[in-house]
Ligand binder design. Structure first.
Ligand code: AP5
Ligand code: MG
Ligand code: ZN
Length: 220
C-alpha cells in the first residue's frame, strides 16, 4: 500500500503517520525530517535546504524530487510507504506518478487532513519534538510527563526553528495554494479522501483508518 498524507503545516501529518505507518507496516517517509537530518549532519543538501526551510519556503523541486525518488526506490520501501510532506507541488506529484508507473506501481490513496487555519498557529508554536526518536508533543495539548524529556526514549525535546510565528505564517502562505492544487490533482484521479483533522489525535486516527483504501483494511 502506498499512501500520501496531505495537509497544511501543523495539520497532524507527522503525528498520524507515526501511528498509521506502524500499524500497517508502512515506511514513514517525511521529506521535512530528511532535510532536517541532512541539515543536522551538515551535508551539502542539508545546508542548501536549511535556507529555504528557515524562510518558510519550499526547497526547490530539482533537489526534493531526486532525494524522494531515490528514497522510495530502496528495498525497505517495497512493502509500502506513507508519504508525509511529499508531494507538495504538482511537478512533484507528476514525477512521483511517473516513477511509480515505471515500476508498475501507483499511489493507492491520498488522505487530506483538514484543519481550520486559525488552529494551526498555536499547534505549531507549542510543538516540541524529540531530538532522538522524533516523537511529537505539544506543550498544552500533549505534554510529556517531564518537561523537556521524551516519554518514549528519554531524549531531549527541542523546538523547530521554523515554528516561530512569522515563519509559520510564511509556511502557511507558501503551502495554501499548492495543497489545494494537489487535492484537485488527486481528486481527478479519484484517490482523494478528505478527513476532519480537528478533535483528539486518536479521533483523527480513527477517521483516517476508516478512510484507508480497501487494500489497507484489516492489515493490523
Ligand atoms: P515539514 O517538516 O513537512 O513541515 P510541514 O509540512 O510544515 O508540517 P509540520 O511537520 O509542521 O506539521 P505536521 O502536519 O507534521 O503536524 P504535527 O503532526 O507535527 O516540512 C518542513 C519544511 O521542509 C518545509 O517548510 C519546506 O521548506 C521543506 N520541505 C519539506 N518537504 C518538502 C517538499 N516536498 N517540497 C519542498 N520543500 C519541502 O503536529 C503539529 C502540532 O500539533 C504538534 O505539536 C502536535 O502535538 C499537535 N497536534 C497534532 N494533532 C493534533 C490534534 N488532533 N489536536 C491538537 N493538537 C494536535
Ligand atoms: Mg511533520
Ligand atoms: Zn524520544
Amino acid at each position: 500500500m502506498r499512501l500520501i498524507l496531505l495537509g497544511l503545516p501543523g495539520a497532524g501529518k507527522g503525528t498520524q503517520a507515526k501511528v498509521l505507518a506502524d500499524r500497517h507496516g508502512l515506511l514513514h517517509i517525511s521529506t521535512g525530517d530528511m532535510f532536517r537530518q541532512a541539515a543536522a549532519e551538515g551535508t551539502e543538501l542539508g545546508l542548501r535546504a536549511q535556507g529555504f526551510m528557515s524562510r518558510g519556503e519550499l526547497v526547490p523541486d530539482e533537489v526534493t524530487i531526486g532525494m524522494l525518488l531515490e528514497r522510495v526506490a530502496r528495498p525497505d520501501a517495497a512493502a509500502g510507504i506513507m508519504l508525509d510532506g511529499f508531494p507538495r507541488t504538482i511537478p512533484q506529484a507528476e514525477a512521483l506518478d511517473r516513477a511509480l508507473a515505471d515500476r508498475g506501481e501507483q499511489i493507492d490513496g491520498v488522505l487530506y487532513i483538514q484543519v481550520p487555519e486559525q488552529l494551526l498557529m498555536s499547534r505549531l508554536t507549542g510543538r516540541w519534538s524529540c531530538s532522538k526518536c522524533g516523537a511529537i508533543y505539544h506543550e498544552l495539548t500533549n505534554s510529556p510527563a517531564q518537561t523537556g524529556v521524551c516519554d518514549e526514549c528519554g531524549g531531549e525535546l527541542t523546538q523547530r526553528e521554523d515554528d516561530r510565528p512569522d515563519t509559520v505564517q510564511a509556511r502557511l502562505n507558501t503551502n495554501r495554494e499548492w495543497t489545494e492544487a494537489l487535492a484537485r490533482y488527486y481528486g481527478a484521479q479519484a484517490k482523494l479522501r478528505e478527513i476532519d483533522g480537528t478533535g483528539e489525535p486518536s479521533e483523527v486516527t480513527a477517521r483516517l483508518e476508516a478512510a484507508l483504501p480497501e487494500a489497507g483494511k484489516g492489515v493490523h
